[in-house]
Design a protein around this ligand. Structure first.
Ligand SMILES: O=C(O)CCC(=O)C(=O)O
Length: 283
């Protein structure tokens, strides 16, 4: 039995079925406060260097741990009381800002990394768009029901099980979520998701809080380059993620276990079979 995620039973049932829910989260006043916290952080951002070059600007890729700490501290201090109205005893592990300039910013299809032992608990991403979002300006798109059924071993060093299906997933199975200012999308971190480039004239900014139940440890999986099946399990915390460069092995954290995994690259038929709604009741 999985530890519950949401306090409300109806939201929990929808989350279990689809792998996400959209919530009216912030009052106008709260949203405006969050906007001003973000614009203060953006002032600091101008001279930042990034250790990974992407078409979108992600605070997690900043080479400056102090900036990442500042993003974590100021956004989570403000958001925690609000998010806690909905999530059942969750705490932030990573806080990110994502910016897409006009004409760029595609975030390729991915699942978020594994942050907890998913046989017992669920980590979530609380995604908060700072303007109304649709497919035109790069809203959140998801494959409904793709959570918990693909792989619970996800990290920068583990190959994606959907690697051979990127085109099919994006063109046939992704569904955009039109989101309004004040709303948040709560995603199971194992759901397949994607955001397109921003084809509007306005910058599209969003905040992501990756959150875990406060009574389970945070973990990070790493495959050493010498192995293709052996996974080292590290126990980690929020500070680790303010300095972690995903192109390098984890440092300064304790290895707590070693696992053997057999990743299997899915075919389209297998993907369809796993996400089929009829199977939801059995999960
Ligand atoms: O904001 C974006 O464009 C991507 C966000 C995302 O991938 C996430 O919150 O997991």
């Amino acid at each position: 039995m999985h530890r519950r995620v949401l306090k409300d039973a109806e939201l929990q049932a929808r989350f279990d079925q689809d792998g996400f829910v959209v919530i009216d989260m912030f009052s106008n006043q709260e949203f405006n406060e969050l906007k001003s916290i973000l614009s203060q952080l953006n002032e600091e951002k101008k001279d930042l260097q990034f250790n990974i070059n992407t078409d979108y600007k992600l605070s997690f890729f900043s080479t400056e741990p102090n900036y990442r700490k500042q993003v974590f501290n100021s956004i989570s201090a403000f958001c925690m009381p609000v998010v806690s109205r909905f999530l059942d005893e969750y705490e932030p592990l990573i806080v990110n800002t994502f910016d897409k300039e006009p004409g760029e910013g595609e975030v390729p299809i991915h699942q978020n990394w594994t942050f907890v032992d998913e046989s017992k608990a669920t980590s979530v991403s609380v995604w908060i768009p700072m303007i109304d979002t649709t497919r035109v300006n790069g809203t959140m798109e998801v494959v409904k029901g793709s959570h918990r059924v693909l792989s619970s071993y996800r990290s920068p060093s583990i190959p994606w099980v959907f690697e051979n299906l990127r085109h099919e997933i994006r063109t046939k199975y992704m569904e955009p979520i039109d989101a309004k200012v004040g709303q948040a999308v709560i995603l199971d971190d194992s759901i397949l998701h994607y955001t397109s480039q921003n084809d509007s004239e306005t910058v599209r900014s969003a905040i992501q809080l990756i959150m875990k139940p406060n009574d389970v440890p945070a973990i990070h999986y790493h495959i050493p380059s010498t192995s293709s099946v052996g996974v080292d399990v590290y126990e980690v915390d929020w500070e680790f993620f303010t300095r972690f460069n995903m192109n390098e092995p984890p440092t300064g954290v304790k290895k707590v276990d070693e696992l053997t995994i057999h990743q299997h690259f899915l075919t389209e038929a297998e993907l369809v079979d796993r996400i089929a709604p009829l199977k939801v009741a059995d999960r």
